[in-house]
Write a protein that binds this ligand. Structure first.
Ligand SMILES: Cc1cc2nc3c(=O)[nH]c(=O)nc-3n(C[C@H](O)[C@H](O)[C@H](O)COP(=O)(O)OP(=O)(O)OC[C@H]3O[C@@H](n4cnc5c(N)ncnc54)[C@H](O)[C@@H]3O)c2cc1C
Length: 384
């Protein structure tokens, strides 16, 4: 069993570290968070570096990288900020859905625009009455000639308000059918007539932002349906697994940043004439944090390796998502404790990791639903 990354993977990782050091210094991250502003120039730097191309095959202009390669990139982006990296993840996950489920014409239309940075993608699943219970979505699209007329509301849509964002919306097209059959995936520009948005005031992830989106008689060309009418559930499920696998690496990146910050602080902070890290209470917290982080990375790299091999990895992906999201939030809490009052001050970054980490056990499936899924895979019976 070989646990090392290849030379190419290490080079890729190194290039992302350098890019982020240049384009996303700490001071800028604090400012973007404070002003709730998304750095479009950072996104363009990712585009220019070819990062958006990574997981797409060469025949559509991509670089043919594996899920594991992509996970390494997301790990490094998230080590800097799990907030700003969400715009990268959202675009990639939705783009891969278009690749998997789109027609040749749809791929030829959308993928180059995404890879060239002309558009971004975001995911519009959740609604006020449909969170964990995704099948309960109400947004409705009715066919009218060669267009669909969309009415309804999405909630928590990350990145919906960014420049040239296309909302990959999941809508009902047949209210009578079971949601596995009556749901459709349709692409809606965020500036189409009838689309209105409001950036929500959230605890964390304030730069990319989480939006409430309203659709009022939005007229969308029918050739923007991906996966066929009624094919939404398949798109959603395939996309979510990949998203959970790769974003587990983001949780590890965030947790790594916390361990590094807390360790440096514990070495330098002197109380009672000695570094606080020399007190067993603090040293053991750090030892536990590092141990859990290594366990989280192992689950994450394994899940992404399996995905890279094209193997079924639902169970392993769920282990990684559940463990790393809870670990990230727990580490942030411990990081604040280790830094005392400084941990809560905006000039010391730990509080930003605390705020940004909190949503990871909720977004892309709550911890409870991940446990339900695992229990089901273990032969227990549950409806969700
Ligand atoms: C920061 C952030 C970003 C997000 N980004 C997006 C996005 O880009 N696009 C998008 O579509 N959505 C997004 N979401 C929405 C996210 O997917 C939902 O918040 C999540 O699925 C949970 O839904 P809910 O918040 O309505 O909670 P609910 O489903 O109402 O759950 C409330 C509580 O009940 C528990 N619960 C519910 N059902 C069960 C059950 N069967 N068994 C046990 N416990 C259960 C949950 O675990 C939770 O603890 C985002 C959310 C956040 C916080």
């Amino acid at each position: 069993m070989d646990f090392s990354f290849t030379e190419e993977q290490e080079m890729l990782r190194d290039s992302v570290v350098k890019l982020m050091a240049k384009h996303a210094p700490r001071e800028s991250l604090r400012k973007w968070d404070r002003e709730r502003k998304y750095p479009e120039e950072l996104y363009q730097a990712w585009v220019e570096a070819g990062l958006l191309r990574l997981p797409f095959p060469e025949k559509v202009g991509g670089l043919g990288a594996s899920a594991l390669d992509l996970a390494l990139v997301v790990y490094e982006l998230s080590r800097v900020s799990t907030d700003v990296s969400m715009a990268f993840g959202g675009s990639i996950f939705c783009g891969l859905n278009v690749l998997r489920k789109g027609t040749d014409a749809q791929r030829a239309h959308w993928i180059p625009k995404l890879l060239d940075g002309e558009i971004k993608f975001c995911i519009g699943i959740s609604e006020p009455d449909a969170g964990s219970d995704v099948g309960n979505i109400r947004t409705y699209a009715v066919k009218d000639g060669d267009r669909y007329i969309v009415n309804g509301q999405k909630l928590w849509t990350t990145g919906a308000g960014l420049e040239h964002s296309v909302i990959c919306a999941y809508v009902k097209t047949d209210r009578a059918a079971h949601y596995r059959k009556g749901m459709t995936h349709i692409l809606i520009d965020n500036d189409m007539p009838g689309v209105e948005m409001r950036k929500l005031d959230m605890l964390g992830r304030r730069s990319v932002g989480t939006y409430e989106v309203f659709f009022k008689d939005v007229s969308v060309p029918a050739d923007r349906v991906i996966g066929g009418e009624g094919g939404g559930w398949d798109c959603l499920m395939g996309g979510l697994q990949y998203e959970r696998a790769v974003s587990s690496a983001g949780n590890c990146g965030g947790a790594q940043a916390i361990v590094d910050l807390a360790t440096n602080y514990a070495r330098e902070r002197i109380q009672f004439g000695q570094p606080i890290g020399s007190f067993q209470a603090i040293g053991h917290m750090l030892a536990d944090m590092e141990t859990e982080l290594e366990a989280g990375k192992m689950l994450t790299w394994r899940a992404n390796w399996l995905v890279s091999q094209g193997r079924d990895a639902l169970r392993e992906i769920t282990h990684a998502k559940l463990f790393t999201s809870e670990m990230y939030a727990r580490h942030a809490n411990m990081g604040v404790q280790i830094m005392g009052g400084y941990g809560l001050n905006q000039e010391f970054d730990m509080e930003r990791y605390l705020r940004d980490s909190r949503s990871t056990t909720i977004a892309a499936g709550t911890s409870q639903t991940q446990r339900n899924l695992l229990a089901n895979l273990m032969g227990m019976k549950s409806k969700t």
